[in-house]
Ligand binder design. Structure first.
Ligand SMILES: [Fe+2]
Ligand SMILES: [Fe+2]
Length: 292
């Protein structure tokens, strides 16, 4: 398999972050210094996801809609005792804007993965579509492209340990290899692999000025995965994840419909209603307003 790596660090620099505003949003540099590496990296990713969504909305929305783009500060996380929610809460569960959440559109009775893209994955779809698009351009296998397409979607309901949560959400419907790629992309982000041009993200250093030491379980997971015969599956998700924050690209799901058809076992009853061990997770995405 060819792992061509055509991305340039310039691509990520295009999505510049206002360092001061970002640190302030997290409670200042002292507060940030108390966060662990995973929390910091997730805060960066969330900030970039939010900026990407706004940039794409601003670029592609009709002029009449542009005034409705949400302000930046509202989508940024604060620290534990300075905010009324936990950082691990999913984008669909807790508004980062400070504004009230919106009523969700009804879903079809037998919802498909594509229905979820259209009606529920509002905060994560742009990023994963760009990631899958990059993987396709880089000549990745269909399983890696699918893993890229799915890798961060569970952050709609849960962000903590999203690699593991995400793998669980999709496990009944995709191959073991795709599940492996989704589960372990989270841990591999912290570890360079020059053989495929993956470096520890400069952006993390620029933002925090220190080298992160990931928690022991992340280090242990990395050590296990790097020796595994499927190591390159999550590694290629990380490679095609890192640069998938380009505000100049709006990727539709259409190019991936065939790959979904070949590799995603869509239950005929609909996701959430097939009696699978994860059906409740899909129902939670369908109706996160249900109190019990
Ligand atoms: Fe991720
Ligand atoms: Fe990602």
């Amino acid at each position: 398999m060819a792992y061509s790596h055509q991305c340039s660090p310039l691509a990520i620099v295009r999505m510049q972050i206002d360092r001061k505003a970002f640190l302030d949003s997290l409670g200042g540099s002292d507060a940030v210094s108390k966060m662990d590496a995973e929390a910091r990296a997730d805060a960066v990713e969330h900030h970039m996801l939010s900026d990407l969504n706004k940039a794409i909305q601003a670029k592609h929305a009709p002029a009449s809609n542009q005034a409705r783009v949400n302000p930046t500060a509202a989508e940024v996380e604060a620290l534990i005792e300075t905010r009324p929610y936990r950082a691990g809460a999913g984008f669909l569960i807790v508004s980062r804007t400070g504004e009230n959440v919106k009523r969700l559109q009804p879903m079809p009775a037998n919802p498909t993965l594509v229905d979820f893209f259209n009606l529920r994955f509002m905060d994560t779809a742009n990023h994963v579509l760009q990631s899958a698009n990059l993987a396709m351009k880089n000549g990745m296998s269909e399983e890696i492209i699918l893993a890229c397409l799915l890798h961060d979607l569970v952050q709609e309901i849960m962000r903590t340990d999203h690699g593991w949560w995400g793998a669980q959400l999709f496990e009944p419907y995709v191959s073991e290899k795709v599940t492996f790629a989704i589960r372990y992309h989270q841990a591999l982000r912290y570890y360079a692999d020059p053989s495929v041009g993956y470096e520890y993200p400069d952006l993390y250093r620029q933002l925090f000025g220190i080298d992160y030491v990931p928690p022991p379980y992340i280090e242990q997971t990395y050590q296990m995965v790097r020796k595994h015969k499927w190591y390159m599956e999550p590694r290629m998700v990380a490679v095609n994840d890192l640069y998938a924050f380009d505000p100049d690209i709006a990727v539709a799901i259409d190019p991936f419909i065939d790959i979904i058809g070949r590799h995603f076992k869509q239950p005929k009853e609909g996701l959430g209603f097939d009696g699978s061990p994860v059906a409740h997770m899909w129902r939670t995405i369908i109706c996160p307003d249900q109190p019990l």
